[in-house]
Design a binder for this molecule. Structure first.
Ligand code: PBG
Length: 323
């Protein structure tokens, strides 16, 4: 006597009925890169099919996002000037601040999330303030991170997503937002953000590679998972509404641990390197892009992701509608 598992795989209808993990457009968030200037929609070399948009042309991509059924966007800004203290990151008329206002004007119901970090805005390319010893100084950086977050909230952001990996940043942001009347703005923290080689194409796209050294004194060591749980626990205690694991594909065990241990929504960020590998292999004719992408995204959800941030978001929604 043995079990006939194949009975429930016999045809598409029955497979559809017993599928345990089902992707929907509601799972995804789409990252958008906003640049200075006018009338710009330029394809990003390292992220084919994704574009640098100037603020005036954002409505085009926002319409595509909404038509596809994607619920939210995550904004990254490329400023026109950089300095030691990331001034262009918090000024009222900064690139992200203007982008948020524009998106809210044309799509008031779309969730607008802003990445809060300093690396695109600092001349040295690090995610914080550098002291005389060349080290990113944690507590000094917190003041700036909180200031950037507040400027995004003032522009109308629904959710703040700090990606700098300084200790105490969620608390600093929460306090700053609350003290200024923004207790309704939520925080999605990049809690378990690893020092990953998978960010390469993003750094090319965002012009944010560090000018010296690396990010290993603030981003996590890829070998560690208990440490990720400590990071997540602290972020929740400091006020994070949603926690994130990043990258996604090589860290699905971390996603699963997070899901099993904590009761806040878990986001997984499928990063630029994951996207670029799929694109390159598809272009070389080695894989079937659609099926690979849907399988990868399904595995992220199966691992426990409630939210998936992905450069495939628009395509995935279109494919899911056709399926
Ligand atoms: C900024 C930031 C990075 C990413 C998101 N926010 C780059 C980095 O930390 O070096 C990477 C996203 C991706 O690779 O898609 N700190």
């Amino acid at each position: 006597m043995f079990n006939r598992h194949r009975r429930l795989r016999a045809n598409k209808a029955i497979r559809d009925l017993v599928r345990e993990t089902v992707l929907t457009p509601m799972d995804f968030i789409y990252p958008i890169f906003v640049v200075e200037g006018e009338n710009k929609k330029e394809e990003i070399d390292s992220l084919k099919g994704n574009y640098h948009f100037s603020v005036d042309r954002l409505p085009e991509i926002i319409k595509e996002v909404e038509d596809a059924g994607v619920r939210g966007v995550l904004l990254f800004g490329l400023p026109d000037f950089k300095d030691e203290i990331a001034t262009s990151a918090w000024i009222e008329d900064g690139i992200v601040q203007r982008a948020v206002r524009k998106i809210k004007e044309v799509a008031p119901n779309l969730l607008v999330i802003t990445d809060v970090c300093m690396c695109q805005y600092t001349s040295h390319g690090h995610c914080g303030i550098i002291n005389n010893a060349g080290v990113v100084e944690n507590d000094h950086t917190l003041e700036y991170i909180a200031k950037i977050a507040l400027s995004h909230a003032k522009a109308g952001a629904d959710m703040i997503a700090p990606s700098d990996m300084m200790d105490g940043r969620v608390q600093a942001i929460r306090e700053k937002l609350d003290a200024n009347g923004f207790n309704h703005v939520s925080i999605m923290s990049y809690s378990a953000k690893y020092a990953s080689a998978f960010y390469g194409p993003f750094r090319a796209a965002a012009n944010s590679a560090p000018q010296f050294g690396d990010r290993k004194t603030y981003q996590m060591d890829p070998g560690n998972i208990r440490e990720a749980m400590l990071e997540i626990e602290d972020d929740i205690n400091e006020g994070a509404d949603i926690i994130m694991v990043k990258p996604a594909l090589s860290y699905l065990d971390v996603v699963r641990w997070a899901k099993d241990r904590f009761d806040v929504p878990v986001a997984a960020y499928s990063v630029s390197g994951e996207f670029a590998m799929v694109k390159a292999a598809a272009q070389a004719g080695l894989i079937d892009e659609k099926n690979i992408v849907l399988e990868m995204l399904t595995s992220m959800k199966r691992a426990g992701a409630d939210i998936i941030i992905t450069y495939h978001a628009i395509d995935a929604c279109k494919w899911l509608k056709i399926n």
